[in-house]
Design a binder for this molecule. Structure first.
Ligand code: CO
Length: 239
């Protein structure tokens, strides 16, 4: 009988303890907001945000993907969503080891350009962001220089562009800025700015320059088509 009693009291205290733990846990992870509803406290939201920001697996749009030919839309909301989108774009920039990147290259149809001229140094002060940019004025003097693009690998050629451009753009908080860009920065900006209007660097090559890369462009088109075929075949097999 004694054994039965002690067993019962042990079980009873275990049930009480578990109940206390559960309710206590519930109180801890939920908080009442001003509308009187229970909402999960910030800890969960922060966790989600952190996950998004650290996510480096961003797929790149490759030529001749039609997203690269679409005109991008203005950014309207300067919110947390924009910040995490831009963070992910920078993660991609560092992963691909390139100086500049624009939103359509990562399947986002918005006017966003980012760059870090010294991409090997992952410092925030080197990171530049241009939202809803426009070219206000450009120099009459043009220069030719060899360009390449992450979305059309193995292709490079000389492109003539104005040496100086004056631009306007918005920062991540929605403040408008004016800036004059020269030399390599002017070129980088114009290359990315063209992307936002669905223009690719080889569109601006002279006919002679274009001829030199014709075969490689055709190759990219073939690769893109054959990339699509296995997926379609798989669907057909599944049926
Ligand atoms: Co490009």
């Amino acid at each position: 009988m004694d054994i039965f009693c002690s067993c019962f009291s042990f079980l009873f205290s275990f049930v009480i303890l578990t109940f206390c733990k559960l309710t206590n846990g519930k109180v801890k992870s939920y908080i009442k907001n001003y509308n009187g509803n229970y909402a999960k406290i910030q800890k969960c939201r922060r966790g989600l945000k952190l996950f998004k920001e650290n996510e480096t697996e961003v797929k790149l749009a490759m030529y001749p993907n039609p997203v690269l030919r679409k005109k991008c839309e203005d950014v309207l909301h300067f919110d947390d969503n924009l910040k995490s989108t831009i963070r992910r774009m920078f993660d991609t920039l560092y992963a691909k080891k390139v100086k500049a990147l624009c939103a359509p290259q990562v399947y986002i149809n918005k006017k966003i350009i980012i760059w870090n001229g010294r991409y090997e140094k992952r410092k925030e002060e080197n990171e530049k962001i241009f939202i809803n940019p426009t070219i206000i004025e450009q120099s009459l003097i043009k220069k030719k220089f060899v360009e390449s693009c992450l979305s059309s690998p193995k292709i490079e050629g000389k492109v003539g562009r104005p040496v100086i451009v004056s631009i306007s753009y918005f920062d991540i908080c929605g403040n408008k800025h004016l800036k004059v860009l020269k030399g390599l920065y002017a070129r980088l900006f114009q290359h990315e700015y063209d992307h936002l209007n669905g223009v690719l660097f080889f569109d601006r090559m002279t006919q002679n320059e274009r001829k030199k890369v014709k075969a490689q462009l055709n190759q990219l088109r073939r690769e893109y088509k054959t990339d699509q075929i296995p997926a379609m075949n798989n669907i057909a097999k599944g049926d």
